[in-house]
Design a protein around this ligand. Structure first.
Ligand SMILES: Cc1ncc(COP(=O)(O)O)c(C=O)c1O
Length: 470
């Protein structure tokens, strides 16, 4: 290796930036500056673990990220090298400035104004929930106190299948529905069921970071595929990674740009999957929340070849701390998922599942979604108008037909990461679009949620606070 290791890897254990990120930044910086050139060897993960005295997982996380972003490549016996021809394949972006804040957590344990990822917390019918909860708890029999059924409570699998047939146009039976503890567990199980280490998978760029991180952590080589106004650019995916075995997409409202995947793209994606034997994960986290027309049918409703694995969650339509989600698999994969669940899953609490099953069966679920759709349309309008007034005509607010957040774009040169850090210090929440982009070539933007904004005045006051921080 051209650069002395100690100079390259002088780490600061006291810094707020995690160690893996420091290692990642050092190597990426060395590549950007030319100190490490395409084809140069980087130290093996084992050697670096010993040398730096950090956990092996720390090095693996840094190398995983560098590999997912195309900077380095494992060459088996020959070791790990800076990707040959890197300049042509993945533009080297400048290393992040020292003063640039690190990406904040995607699972914050706070509730701040404009916080993404939360439904309207004041809109949940807590009385009904409490009544059903008490009733289900009272009805507990001995059998209910034993192990929960491995693939999910039959009553819930049935309710979910019925709901998806009616609301999302999915032709599925309860045996295809498996209950999980959230989208991340779903992704872990899907990866175990249909991929092996070294396989490639498409993810959207920009896209939901946890999806990318899970694949990466499980040894899958991630291919970031750009997104435009029609959703994921399928032709680019085919060009970048034609032999990928999986594509993870958010067709209803692309996360985070909120555009819907157009019909031609849906058909192209299904075609590619059918022809190449790949699977598609349809992450339908907020498909119900569309404000200009009826919700679009799920991508899975067009699937005739058994390629779509549908991932749903109760985090948006009920609430995230519930930790309940589901995955609907093509009939050809039922046995495989049953095998995987026997080893790795089956832990969703039975009582919670039974309360949700009753909530759906008794019609509260459908009523709640309908009420929330109207509530969000109103809150979205307040937020767009209030923020717009406070931030002035220079700011662009992207309003797509659906979703649960807005995208704010300010004129001129600015750093979304820096503004997000200032907002967090001031007790306001936002996420930086830059943190959702892999190639780092997306323009800066703020992602803010409107779901808990309860008036036009509140939105305007929040806008005034953001304006002071710009
Ligand atoms: C794109 C996307 N997918 C899935 C989820 C749901 O994740 P979970 O079920 O783990 O709460 C979210 C929640 O924020 C999301 O934004």
């Amino acid at each position: 290796m051209a650069t002395p290791r100690h100079a390259l890897f002088a780490l600061d254990p006291a810094a707020t930036t995690p160690l893996y990120r420091q290692i990642y930044d050092r190597i990426r910086g060395a590549i950007a500056s030319g100190a490490l050139k395409p084809g140069d060897r980087v130290p093996s993960a084992r050697a670096l673990t010993a040398e730096l005295g950090v956990a092996r997982g720390t090095i693996d996380a840094a190398y995983g990220l560098l590999s997912a972003e195309g900077y380095i490549e494992a060459r088996g016996q020959a070791g790990t090298v800076v990707t040959p021809g890197l300049k042509h394949r993945a533009p080297v972006v400048a290393p992040r400035l020292r003063s640039e804040p690190a990406a904040p957590s995607f699972r914050p344990d706070t509730v701040l104004p404009l916080q993404m990822g939360l439904p309207a917390l004041d809109g949940f019918p807590r009385k009904i929930w409490a009544r059903l909860g008490a009733r289900r708890a009272r009805a507990t029999q001995h059998i209910d106190m034993a192990q929960p059924p491995l693939f999910g409570l039959p009553a819930l699998r049935e309710e979910v299948a019925t709901y998806l047939r009616v609301s999302r146009g999915l032709d599925c039976s309860p045996s295809q529905v498996f209950i999980t503890s959230g989208f991340r567990q779903t992704m872990t199980l899907v990866t175990r069921a249909v991929l092996k280490a070294g396989d490639r998978a498409w993810v959207e760029d920009p896209g939901y970071p946890p999806a990318r991180r899970i694949l990466d952590a499980m040894g899958v080589r991630v291919a970031p595929v750009p997104v435009d106004s029609e959703g994921i650019v399928v032709a680019e995916g085919v060009r970048l990674a034609p032999r990928a075995k999986l594509a993870v997409v958010t067709p209803a409202h692309q996360s985070p740009l909120s555009v819907s995947l157009s019909l031609p793209r849906r058909l192209a994606l299904l075609d590619w999957a059918a022809q190449s034997g790949a699977f598609i994960v349809e992450d339908d986290y907020d498909g119900e929340y569309r404000y200009v027309s009826r919700p679009l049918p799920a991508l899975g409703s067009l699937d005739r070849e058994g390629r779509v694995i549908y991932a749903g969650t109760f985090s948006k339509v009920l609430f995230p701390s519930l930790r309940l989600a589901y995955v609907v698999v093509p009939t050809g994969l039922i046995e495989r998922f049953e095998e995987v669940f026997q080893v790795f899953a089956g832990d969703a609490p039975e009582l919670t599942q039974s309360i949700v099953a009753a909530f759906i069966k008794e019609g509260h679920f459908a009523r709640h979604i309908q009420r929330m759709r109207a509530c969000y349309a109103q809150r979205r309008a307040w937020t767009v108008a209030g923020l717009g007034q406070a931030l002035g005509p220079g700011v662009r607010i992207d309003t797509q037909p659906g979703g649960m957040h807005l995208i704010l774009r300010f004129p001129g040169r600015w750093s979304d990461r820096r503004l997000v850090a200032r907002m967090r210090d001031d007790g306001l929440y936002a996420e930086a679009l830059t943190d959702w982009s892999v190639q780092g070539n997306g323009s800066p933007a703020l992602l803010v949620s409107f779901t808990n904004v309860t008036s036009h005045d509140e939105a305007k006051a929040l806008g005034t606070r953001i304006n002071r921080l710009r």
